[in-house]
Design a binder for this molecule. Sequence first.
Ligand SMILES: *[C@@H]1O[C@H](CO)[C@@H](O)[C@H](O)[C@H]1NC(C)=O
Ligand SMILES: *[C@@H]1O[C@H](CO)[C@@H](O)[C@H](O)[C@H]1NC(C)=O
Length: 554
Amino acid sequence: MERFFFISVFLLFFIINITFAFPLSTDSRWIVDDGNKGRRVKLTCVNWPSHLETAVAEGLSKQPLDSISEKIVSMGFNCVRLTWPLYLATDESFSGIMTVKQSLRKLGLLEALSGFQANNPYILDLPLIKAFQEVVSSLGKHRLMVILDNHISQPGWCCNDNDGNGFFGDKHLNPQLWIRGLKKMATMFANVSNVVGMSLRNELRGPKQNIKDWYKYMREGAEAVHSVNPNILVIVSGLNYETDLSFLRDKPFEVSFRRKLVFEIHWYGFWSSWEGDNLNKICGRETENIMKMSGFLLEKGFPLFVSEFGIDQRGNNVNDNRFLSCFMALAADLDLDWALWTLAGSYYVREKTIGYDETYGVLDWSWSSIRNSTILQMISAIQSPFRGPGLMETHPKKIIFHPSSGLCIVRKSLFQLKLGSCDRSESFRLSSQRVLSLADEKILCLKAYEKGKSVKLRLYFSEYYCSQWKLLSESKMQLSSITKKGESLCLDVDSDSNNIVTTSCKCLQGDASCDPKSQWFKVVTSTRSRFKAKPFLNVSPYYKKFLQEPLSVL
Ligand SMILES: *[C@@H]1O[C@H](CO)[C@@H](O)[C@H](O)[C@H]1NC(C)=O
Ligand SMILES: *[C@@H]1O[C@H](CO)[C@@H](O)[C@H](O)[C@H]1NC(C)=O
């Protein structure tokens, strides 16, 4: 009986989590649903490319469409950013007439063709645009939200400065044609409730880019989409490969509609070197840069959607791993909406390579299993919201997040702490005397002993019994305390036991090869209660079961 109750509670939280009332709109910096309370909907999407030469969603030669949708759900994502090339909507001969089979054949992709025959035969003879709708419909059946992203004009891998798709006026970016394409797609999906947003254009770039045309055409595009589909979120990107919205600080982006505007950015580790300097310094600098280029928009009352970030899923790319920890800290702190690049384990053809293996893909080459579950587990820490409208389950509290593992500080025993799931996170308060104590049991405070030893919770009789803590280094993520012997120690994690210990503070400056990540802790505001709302890998069987039952049963 008790167990049954437990499972029902889990299911209940899933329903609350995933059955949003559409359409979505914005409430200052949050995206919210249409319920009378306007509950926060956190977009935690994965990108599914459908804009390469074939103009067909990738992977359909490897796995049945519904089984891919199911995998997306089981990995804890709630939405897909589905990319499309403009010509799919504007070139009739291309989208309305050419079938999937013809498109694959034209490109000589015979192996993909036979894979398609085996896995998705009913899609092969559909015109390209119908095949695209089929994908959206499968995602909808699995209760996944969809964001349509106009990724490029001419189907193919994106992007470089001179590919003719970069900015208004380039060979393949005629503004009027673009607006016509946006309108066509917005209309086509106007009554499809799980299509919740449209990214107007991916990664504007190149020599022609300028702010004046940006305001003019982005406004026209935004108004065009809204005029034919007033339900949809209109998602607007900036300049320089979706990194720069800084010009909005001085001159707002004015549109005629309200509560539908979202801004988007991209952030990749390979855009800069994360290895050439002290990592604390790099993370501090890059974070500051993001805030300056786009992060300030949150304070101005707009949602900011990181619609692409990602890392090499083989896990051995030092630059990417460094980036990811820094990214996770900011994403948790600001509780951002995001879309991971990418779902695709492989492409039919990319940059002339047939069956191209995508090492940034969460799925493996055959689209059958997860490429690296360690990395996915880590990212799952930011799949449920920490805070936002309607999520006030407890008073705002501070939890301590460990970005390089995706875990939080939890209780191991009465007086001991370890890393564990953020859903079981202890909440803390930092007093004006810099004493860190438990928010719910204020009589317990954090005490550092010696290098290499566990920190312990102690009874807080007076400050003398507690350590005083402060944030060190340019990343501002190292929590340090000075021991009785005068040693400065930092919170760290014992890699064998996951216990919270103190060790000598690492890499405070200099030394590019020094790695402080295990000592990084981010103090994050959360209103999530404990043991709740956990769209996590190991709960997916329950979720799957729920999907098979009609809603009214529950
Ligand atoms: C959407 O539904 C409404 C009401 O049912 C209908 O009037 C409208 O024509 C539909 N739009 C499209 C594009 O199908
Ligand atoms: C997954 O990533 C982790 C962490 O970066 C790495 O240590 C591991 O070797 C990777 N596993 C696989 C199967 O690639």
